[in-house]
Design a binder for this molecule. Structure first.
Ligand SMILES: [Zn+2]
Length: 195
């Protein structure tokens, strides 16, 4: 229910411009998949901070196939452990008193069966099969925090995301806060967006 409520306001935001290149493919309901680029949606409402991270698995683990070797499995486990520490990953200030109310990770690499496309965009399954040489996978993480002093949340700081997952070069951020909604194409040199 909460996730549904969060998802609604983002539907009102203009779609980010997709940069077409060789690593960009349409993923049906997953939207644009571009290696090096991730998306973060954030919404702050009173004491509740909701964060959503959607990223090609390439940015996080360095590959997108299902892990079969021990090395691949170790890389997936390591990435998962990092994603399961969102207070550190999103550099939330201790003064804000945020605690994780819920978190959910989803990816084929984590053994999840991804939902079938049930939206009405023009995803073409034949195209998918024809171009199956590189099978693309994403990681989708949703978090909800309860913050006792949300006024201490001055900015969303993605510097740790870039440091933790250095194959991530850009994060398309959309933020909804009491002051309004804004967006940023965050980079390692420009990684904060004020609430
Ligand atoms: Zn990919």
């Amino acid at each position: 229910m909460r996730r549904l409520l969060l998802a609604l306001p983002f539907a009102l935001l203009p779609l980010a411009v997709a940069h077409a290149d060789d690593t960009t493919v349409k993923h049906g309901s997953l939207g644009t998949h571009e290696h090096g680029t991730a998306r973060v949606n954030a919404a702050l409402d009173d004491q509740t901070l909701a964060l959503e991270l959607q990223t090609p698995a390439m940015n996080i683990v360095g590959f997108e196939h299902l892990a079969t070797t021990d090395a691949d499995k170790a890389a997936v486990a390591k990435a998962r452990a990092l994603l399961e520490k969102p207070l550190a990953l999103f550099n939330l200030p201790a003064a804000a008193g945020c605690s994780v109310a819920s978190q959910h990770l989803q990816s084929p690499l984590f053994g999840d069966v991804m939902p079938a496309d049930d939206d009405d965009d023009d995803h073409d399954h034949d195209e998918h099969a024809a171009g199956a040489e590189h099978h693309h996978s994403e990681i989708h993480a949703t978090y909800e925090f309860t913050c006792t002093s949300p006024d201490k949340l001055k900015a969303l700081d993605l510097s740790q995301v870039f440091k933790t997952f250095p194959a991530t070069h850009k994060v398309v951020v959309q933020l909804i806060a009491p002051a309004g909604q804004k967006g940023l194409d965050a980079t390692p040199d420009n990684s904060t967006l004020s609430f």
